[in-house]
Design a protein around this ligand. Structure first.
Ligand SMILES: N[C@@H](CCC(=O)N[C@@H](CS)C(=O)NCC(=O)O)C(=O)O
Length: 234
């Protein structure tokens, strides 16, 4: 199984998932800071984005879709509730919550825009956080006592945005994100990212993200710099 990946990107969700599954996989490094994408990679990921997966006859991209596929294929009933399990519905809902609600709500917050919360599918940052906290309640994981692929999606997204201290005023979320970040498979996934070769552009981006995470005043110049570093893909 081949995972097209780049460190410090949404691909880490899939690395974490693969580590939870304990299956063999090979990572293929894609330098997203360069405009070139190989034909082999574009056949798996038409938009030229990571992550993307090649597993036997299966070629697919998108982190949430890949995590669902992997859970159903390699840990049915464990990391994904079975289709006739009452938890299946909420599982799907929370799998999609990260890309469909958390990511756009956070992007909007960062951009300082306020949209129409009734027509925006993600509502707004406050509604998103309240729904996520309510979903967790007093449970360790989003489906209660069982850890699933939905926690990989939510946890990886949470760990990323917690670098910007976005959830520090929300103790339930902060605890949940820390709990996710302490899992052995998550720590192994982090080590995969750390060991990766990094181009100069990737190093500058990582430094800039670190600065933006710790100093609010550094955010505007950081985004300006990142705009210049990121070259559009195909
Ligand atoms: N919805 C996709 C988003 C993938 C995505 O935007 N990946 C970024 C890295 S986090 C990327 O490959 N950017 C490079 C580019 O757009 O050329 C997913 O969750 O996998």
């Amino acid at each position: 199984m081949k995972l097209y990946w780049c460190p410090g990107t949404r691909a880490n969700r899939v690395v974490w998932m693969l580590e939870e599954l304990d299956v063999e996989y090979e990572t293929v490094y894609v330098d997203i800071f360069k405009p070139h994408r190989s034909a082999e990679f574009l056949a798996v990921s038409p938009m030229g984005k990571v992550p993307a997966l090649h597993d036997g006859d299966v070629r697919m991209c998108d982190s949430a879709a890949i995590c669902m596929y992997l859970a159903d294929r390699y840990a049915p009933g464990l990391l994904a509730p079975a289709v006739d399990d009452p938890d299946r519905g909420p599982f799907l809902q929370w799998m999609i919550f990260a890309p469909g609600v958390i990511e756009p709500a956070v992007t909007e917050k960062f951009a300082g825009r306020a949209g129409d919360t009734r027509t925006n599918g993600w509502g707004d940052f406050g509604r998103m956080v309240r729904a996520w906290e309510k979903g967790l309640g007093d449970n360790p994981w989003i489906l209660g006592d069982r850890f699933t692929a939905a926690d990989v999606m939510l946890g990886a997204t949470g760990v990323l945005f917690q670098r910007f201290k976005l959830f520090r005023d929300y103790p339930t979320l902060s605890d949940y994100i820390s709990r996710c970040g302490r899992r052995d498979a998550f720590l192994r996934a982090l080590a995969v990212d750390k060991a990766a070769p990094k181009s100069l552009r990737a190093r500058v981006q990582a430094l800039a993200m670190g600065a933006a995470a710790s100093m609010v005043w550094a955010r505007k110049p950081t985004y300006w710099l990142l705009d210049r570093l990121r070259r559009p893909g195909p």
